[in-house]
Ligand binder design. Structure first.
Ligand code: FAD
Length: 470
């Protein structure tokens, strides 16, 4: 009891390490700091608008129902029991006073003092002012979007199965994906696979009735795995009936009327936007040095340029790629991916503890280990880098590599087991193809049942509202 009271009293005197963002970098950096720190050396506070970290590489599989959405997220309070976890958004940083402003989920914003700061707010979807995009586009950055996409796609099959209107049916069965990087190619691959599976249970919908379009302004898809495997990925998707349009952009999509700049026009209820990411725009209010594309300018030690108490890593930072630079490319930067985010977080965590103790900082350096991408059940591409050798795999073997790599990379033993259990169950019990569209508005039915009955006069005239007497 006394120990606990003393502990609480001393909490205020401890320096605070404030971690802004509980995603890949935030979670791993906080864990590393807590592991390396002496008992009571500092208070670690993690602030994130979500109470969980999302393992984004599994979003396409969550959208396709191969993994339960709950298993793709890691509850921050559970994995960081020794940290103070606050659910809210950091809106500004005052460097002179070393104070952050936190806007919690409810109530007024408040100030939070800190001694050391880690900025790990990741990226947001990169969009363009395309007419209709904001109203009709579906993003792919969070678990909510993955669940929404899955329900939405299955609902389109329900609609198409039950309508007699040919235009409604065609619009429901046309699925457009903009952006052919990891997120877009994997999502179209997984969703096409799921829709093909689901069609077996519909009397009036066959795979041939559906249209899948993958559109990219670049001249290739999956640039992360290199040109040859990217070309294979494209051919593979085309062999499954996906129409791939390269060097093509979307001009507009007002009311689901999609117009591409190659002249093609289609009607679609499903426009998935995965055309890249940009650093979190909230960074512009932090007063930190930013690079030309809005990333925080970080040293190889992950310290923010010109500071010795602020660190940044992951998708919101531009971190010099020291391996590329040693090999003669003076402008090499680490690409924004999970491979770097995870490793940067560990070095960052060590450097925060060293900084607190007045020890020197370590430089971050990591040679690319390759990339793996899943394109649906038993389909994928993988490029494994071993020294100077690049091993290229495709098909089932690449898909196994994809599952093995991401299954092992999934944070926490608990989540790894759940993900492997989902995969095993899906092998024996087949994929779940039910749409829970009502999840978006779960109170609607209850409201209809519980709302006050209209007055008798109003009921007689169909419940039309009367003009108010003046
Ligand atoms: C669909 C998809 C598939 C992907 N597949 C792969 C893959 O196969 N391989 C790979 O290497 N990479 C992949 N990536 C990229 C990888 O997931 C990211 O590079 C990685 O998540 C970056 O980590 P981060 O910590 O910088 O950002 P994030 O993990 O995005 O975390 C940022 C956190 O900051 C929080 N935040 C935002 N604003 C605030 C604020 N104002 N205050 C406090 N907190 C805030 C967010 O809620 C979030 O939790 C994929 C990404 C996507 C979207």
């Amino acid at each position: 009891m006394w120990g606990w009271i003393l502990d609480c009293m001393s909490t205020t005197e401890r320096p605070r390490i404030l971690v802004v963002g509980g995603g890949y970098v935030g979670l791993y950096a906080a864990r590393r700091i807590l592991k390396k720190m002496r008992y009571g050396e500092a208070t670690v506070t993690v602030v994130d608008p979500r109470s969980y970290m999302t393992y984004q590489p599994f979003l396409p599989e969550a959208a396709a129902g191969s993994i339960s959405p709950r298993h793709v997220v890691v509850p921050l309070r559970r994995v960081l029991p020794k940290a103070e976890v606050l659910t809210g958004r950091v809106t500004t940083i005052d460097q002179d006073r070393k104070v952050a402003t936190v806007a919690p989920l409810v109530g007024d914003a408040y100030e939070l003092p800190f001694d050391y700061l880690v900025v790990a707010m990741g990226a947001v979807s990169r969009t363009f002012p395309i007419p209709g995009l904001a109203e009709n586009g579906i993003g792919m950055k969070g678990i909510e979007e993955a669940i929404g996409l899955r329900n939405h796609v299955l609902e389109q099959l329900d609609k198409a199965d039950s309508t007699t209107d040919e235009e409604v049916r065609r619009k429901a069965l046309t699925f457009v994906f903009i952006g052919g990087g990891f997120a877009g190619a994997e999502t179209v691959g997984e969703v096409e696979d799921m829709a093909r599976d689901a069609a077996k249970y519909y009397k009036n919908v066959k795979r041939e009735d559906m249209r899948f379009l993958l559109v990219d302004v670049a001249d290739k898809i999956l640039p992360e795995v290199g040109p040859k495997l990217g070309a294979y990925g494209k051919e593979h998707l085309e062999s499954r009936g996906v129409e791939v349009y390269l060097k093509t952009g979307m001009k507009s999509c007002v009311d689901g009327h999609v117009v591409l700049d190659n002249g093609l026009e289609v009607l679609s209820n499903t426009i998935v936007w995965t055309a890249g990411v940009k650093p979190n725009p909230a960074l512009s209010r932090f007063g930190l040095p930013l690079g030309p594309r809005g990333h925080i300018d970080a040293e190889p030690t992950l310290q923010v340029k010109g500071t010795d108490y602020i660190w940044a890593a992951g998708d919101n930072a531009q971190v010099p790629d020291m391996v590329g630079r040693r090999n003669g490319n003076e402008n090499a930067w680490c690409p924004p991916n999970a491979q770097h985010a995870l490793r940067q977080a560990k070095v960052l965590g060590d450097n925060v503890v060293s900084g607190m103790r007045g020890f020197p900082q370590k430089e971050y350096s990591h040679a690319n280990k390759g990339a793996v991408a899943g394109l649906g059940l038993h389909k994928g591409v993988a490029m494994i880098v071993m020294g100077k050798m690049k091993i290229k795999l495709k098909g089932r073997l690449a898909w196994y590599m994809h599952r093995a790599y991401h299954g092992m990379a999934m944070p926490t033993f608990n989540r790894k087991i759940r993900v492997f259990a989902d995969w095993t169950l899906a092998t024996f019990l087949k994929r779940e193809v039910v749409s829970l569209g009502a999840m978006e508005n779960p109170r609607e039915e209850f409201y209809e049942a519980a709302k006050p009955a209209p007055a008798p006069a109003a009921a007689a005239d169909g419940g039309k509202p009367k003009a108010k007497a003046s």
